[in-house]
Design a protein around this ligand. Structure first.
Ligand SMILES: [Zn+2]
Length: 132
């Protein structure tokens, strides 16, 4: 399943970032998905629901923003939203290029950061080098 691997790599990416930023629980993930990726939003949701138990995503909500395929003519500047990639301009017959629809990225994620709940970290004397 295409969507499963998309969600899997998305989660790995966020997990790395979360670890670096001391985020212990992700609450929301916003994913931008272009039409050309052929990823189905409901299948992405399904994959996310399948993968998130026992992870930092357990209580997270996945929000998906779909971007339509948009093409622009290099000759006359006309933009249009065809159903499939179409390189000939409908107005002048010029060559067109894809301007939107290939997107596949995490727009942002939200989460709770780890708090300094207990100031009794054992052995912190060894690492506190900068405080006189
Ligand atoms: Zn044109």
């Amino acid at each position: 399943m295409h969507e499963l691997s998309i969600v899997q790599s998305m989660m790995e990416l966020i997990q790395e970032s979360a670890a670096a930023n001391r985020v212990r629980r992700v609450t929301k993930v916003k994913l931008v998905v272009g039409q050309l990726t052929l990823a189905q939003p409901d299948l992405l949701q399904f994959a996310f629901a399948t993968l998130k138990p026992d992870t930092i995503f357990e209580e997270a909500v996945l929000e998906i923003e779909e971007r339509p395929l948009v093409m622009r003519c290099r000759q006359c500047g006309e933009t249009f939203e065809p159903e499939y990639i179409q390189y000939a301009c409908p107005s002048c017959g010029g060559r067109c290029e894809v301007v939107s629809g290939k997107e596949l990225y995490v727009d942002f994620y939200e989460g709770d950061t780890e708090e300094e709940e207990h100031g009794d970290k054992s052995g912190d004397g060894a690492t506190a080098a900068s405080c006189q």
